[in-house]
Ligand binder design. Structure first.
Ligand SMILES: [Zn+2]
Length: 61
């Protein structure tokens, strides 16, 4: 199962790899600082019943 996801930072536009695991929940929201520009990124992760994930990244408030 794919657990590494490449997401574009909404602050600096760099592509970042993040790991998410379905064992942590079907729907996840987590804030992780961008490793390039250090701004807080809010990741929304959704695993469907097949285990396919969709990941979005937006600016955390
Ligand atoms: Zn960034």
């Amino acid at each position: 199962m794919e657990t590494d996801f490449q997401v574009m930072c909404p602050f600096c536009g760099e592509m970042i790899w993040q790991e998410f695991y379905p064992d942590d929940g079907r729907r996840q929201e987590t804030v992780i600082d961008c490793e390039v520009c250090c701004n807080p990124i809010l990741y929304r992760v959704h695993f469907d019943s097949e285990g396919e994930a969709s990941v979005s990244a937006e600016r955390a408030q």
